[in-house]
Design a protein around this ligand. Structure first.
Ligand code: ADP
Ligand code: AMP
Length: 213
């Protein structure tokens, strides 16, 4: 099963993608996590990506597409995957579509996690991330067992640089301009499913499971 998560930054794509990956035993692939791992390791890719990410801008398609296509070509993706944060532009979606087409394959579901802009700022300012294992928490809605510490790996939790309110506003603008058109793109392909992302994470997940079967 090949699944794409769509939605504004902070809509809960990552939270739901991890639960999907767990239940359906497919890899969770987040281009944002791949960039953050590169930043942490001080690679050239990380240095370049950071200049865009810190401003709330998208990393250029040329860089992003290559990373994603390399990742989905790996053996663990043979039975499918859930993409979180990719595609974010129409050209990215077209490249993915073409690559899958050449293999006689296609995306099965594009799940649009719908959350209005008003809720997003709160979600993002309360998000705490583990840069070691990629786990995500929320100070109020989904707190870790011990304040400031990752439940999964015990590392310190941080407020991401790009989750500061001034950057979040930019990211929302970029979302509306560059990413939202994908809703139409996947509707036209007959694979778009929208879920109400404002509800409790367990209820959102139940709606997704009802779609995926
Ligand atoms: P995205 O991957 O779309 O950027 P995340 O999954 O990281 O978003 O979620 C953004 C923030 O909102 C995180 O702090 C997360 O813990 C929290 N969150 C996710 N889903 C819900 C939900 N259904 N209700 C409340 N908070 C949520
Ligand atoms: P995320 O973790 O998905 O919220 O992504 C964090 C940031 O990484 C984004 O704001 C972008 O700067 C960058 N990024 C992640 N995925 C992509 C993508 N598919 N295309 C371009 N930039 C991306």
């Amino acid at each position: 099963m090949k699944i794409i998560m769509l939605g504004a930054p902070g809509a809960g794509k990552g939270t739901q993608a991890k639960m999907i990956a767990d239940k359906y035993q497919i890899p969770h692939i987040s281009t944002g996590d791949i960039f953050r791992a590169n930043i942490k390791n001080g690679t050239e890719l990380g240095k370049e990506a950071k200049t865009y990410m810190d401003k709330g801008l998208l990393v250029p398609d040329e860089l992003t597409v290559k990373i994603l296509l390399d990742r989905v070509a790996q053996a663990d993706c043979a039975n499918g995957y859930v993409l979180d944060g990719f595609p974010r532009t129409i050209p990215q979606a077209e490249v993915l579509d073409k690559a899958l087409n050449e293999l006689g394959d296609k995306i099965d579901y594009a799940i649009n996690v719908d959350v209005p802009d008003e809720n997003i700022i709160n979600r993002m300012s309360g998000r705490r991330a583990c840069l070691s294992c990629g786990a995500t928490y929320h100070l109020v809605h989904i707190p870790p067992k011990t304040e400031g510490v990752c439940d999964t790996c015990g590392q310190a939790l941080v407020l991401r640089d790009d989750d500061k309110p001034e950057t979040v506003k930019n990211r929302l603008n970029v979302y509306h301009e560059q990413t939202q058109p994908l809703i139409e793109f996947y509707t036209a392909k007959g694979v778009l499913k929208t879920v109400d992302g404002t509800r409790d994470m367990k209820d959102v997940f139940a709606s997704i499971v009802a779609i995926l079967g």
